[in-house]
Design a protein around this ligand. Sequence first.
Ligand code: DX5
Ligand code: ZN
Length: 227
Amino acid sequence: MTVLLAPSILSADFGRLAEEIREAEAGGAGLVHVDVMDGHFVPNITVGPVVTAAVRRATKLPVDCHLMIEEPDRYLDAFARAGAGMVSVHVEAVRHLHRTVCAIRDLGAEAGVALNPGTPLASLDEILPFADFVLIMSVNPGFGGQAFIPSALRKIGDLRERILKAGLPTRIEVDGGVTLDHLEDLVAAGADLIVAGKAVFGNGNPREDAGRMVARLVALAEHGAER
Ligand code: DX5
Ligand code: ZN
C-alpha cells in the first residue's frame, strides 16, 4: 500500500492558504496536516478551529489536526465540528489518555496519540489498541523547518513490530524534518503517513515538491521497500 504524504500547512503562505493547499493536493498529497499550537505545550502559537474550518473548505482531503496544546479535551468538539477527520493529542499533555482517545472517536474522528522524541514507546503500551494512529515526532515540536532526528527511525521500526505482533490496524505517522531523502528509510521502517512542511511548502512550489515526494512514495510501494 502506498504511504501517504501529509503536507503541514505550518510552512505554507497563509496569505494564500487555500491555493497552497490545492497545489499540494494537485501534487498528490493524501491528507492535510494542521499544526495547532498554544504557546504553552510548545513555545509557538499557530492556528485553531477557525483555520481548520477554512482548510476543510479548501480541500476534499482528510484534515489531520495535530494538537500541540495543553488540556486538548477542551477543544476536541470544536476541531471535530471544524472538520478534522483525524485528531492527535500528545501523551505528554493528557491526564486521562484513554478517555480522550475514546472522546475523539465518539466525535467521529480518527484518534491519534503523539510522542515527542524523548518519550518512550512504552507510554503506548495500554493505549495502542484504542488508537487509530500513532504520531512519532522526528523533531521537538513547535516549529517547522527543523532537522530530522534519526532516532525516530528506530522508534518507528520498533513500533511497527509491536503493531504487527499485536495484529492491530494502527497506522504510523511521522512528523518533523522529513525531506525526500528520508522517504526510503521511513517506508522501510514502517511509516504509513508522512508529514512534510518545509519540504512541500518551503520552496514556493508545493505542487512540484509534493509531486516529487509522492512519486518517490509510489515508486517505493511498487518496488517494495523492505520493511
Ligand atoms: C512541528 C510540527 C510539524 C512540522 C513539520 O511541531 O508538528 O508538523 O510543522 O514541518 P517540517 O516538515 O518543516 O519539519
Ligand atoms: Zn505536526
